[in-house]
Design a protein around this ligand. Structure first.
Ligand SMILES: NC(=O)c1ccc[n+]([C@@H]2O[C@H](COP(=O)([O-])OP(=O)(O)OC[C@H]3O[C@@H](n4cnc5c(N)ncnc54)[C@H](O)[C@@H]3O)[C@@H](O)[C@H]2O)c1
Length: 260
């Protein structure tokens, strides 16, 4: 386990009520951070916050839809009022709509579903960043990590075209933000996981997951803890010179793909 120290840091994680986000929040808390949890699942969020507080962690949660800019503004203000200025923002909330275990073919995606995926996966990251990054810049330090996907780098056929396109746009946002915030001491990077065991991964058919497993040189899916390990590394003070990058974490799957 990494030993980066987040004592005194405030870390906000979106999509923190389940899957990768819950693991990320717990790992930052174990490393000493106060954690602000954002998710649309109110009950699950309350359970997470209660469990963290019981373990002695400074934790707070706000239930919102990250696709709503005004709600993001309220959530950021309320979490910072309770936990103090944000040191690290992890934009992890994301959706990958499945219908009977499969993503729709591109021409079958209804515009409402297309827009919803962009609202959560791309706009949500932009909204949270636009409310928290100015404070980071003013304080001369901050770390932002966007949760992208291997589907942003090449066609894997796992998720829909809207999902892959929203994640590719997130990589582009990563680069623009990184370039513009670097002079203020704020780094912005993205993580592009391959298949990681999570509720989202469970929504795919057994067939899809088996086909994918055959393509992964490591011969297994990743663990949420392994993604958290990379997130903590990128969010650490020591990673000050790493910015604007998209890190694939795929058990070698990315070696088989043509990159963007
Ligand atoms: N699991 C994988 O294999 C995998 C692979 C590549 C990328 N990712 C990315 O990692 C991130 C986390 O994925 P996961 O597998 O843990 O997914 P998940 O579905 O298990 O969890 C996502 C969390 O985000 C929350 N969420 C969804 N929409 C929201 C909204 N509008 N507002 C606030 N919260 C919302 C959900 O309630 C849930 O708690 C996502 O961005 C996903 O695209 C996952």
């Amino acid at each position: 386990m990494a030993s980066w120290d987040f004592q005194g840091a405030t870390v906000i994680v979106t999509g923190a009520a389940g899957g990768l986000g819950a693991t990320l929040a717990r790992r930052f808390a174990t490393a000493g951070a106060a954690v602000g949890l954002v998710d649309k699942q109110e009950d699950e969020l309350e359970r997470m916050v209660a469990a963290l507080r019981q373990a002695g962690v400074r934790a707070a949660g706000v239930a919102i839809d990250v696709g709503d800019d005004a709600a993001c503004a309220r959530a950021c203000a309320s979490l910072e009022a309770e936990l103090g200025p944000t040191t690290v923002l992890i934009n992890n909330a994301g959706i990958s709509p499945k219908h009977e275990g499969r993503a729709r073919e591109v021409l079958d995606i209804p515009p409402e579903e297309w827009q919803r995926v962009f609202a959560v996966n791309l706009n949500g990251a932009f909204y949270m960043s636009r409310h928290l990054a100015p404070g980071m810049c003013a304080r001369g330090h901050g770390r932002i990590v966007h949760m992208s996907s291997v589907g942003s780098l090449a066609y894997v056929g796992l998720a829909g075209a809207h999902y892959d396109a929203s994640k590719a746009a997130l990589n582009s946002l990563t680069r623009s933000m990184a370039a513009q915030l670097a002079p203020s001491g704020v780094t912005v990077n993205a993580i592009a996981p391959g298949r990681i065991a999570s509720p989202m991964a469970d929504t795919a058919t057994g067939d899809t997951n088996r086909r994918l497993l055959d393509m992964i040189p490591a011969g297994r899916f990743g663990e949420a803890d392994e993604v958290a390990h990379l997130a903590l590394f990128l969010a650490s003070r020591e990673s000050a010179y790493i910015t604007g990058e998209v890190y694939a974490i795929t058990g070698g799957l990315s070696t088989r793909l043509r990159r963007e």
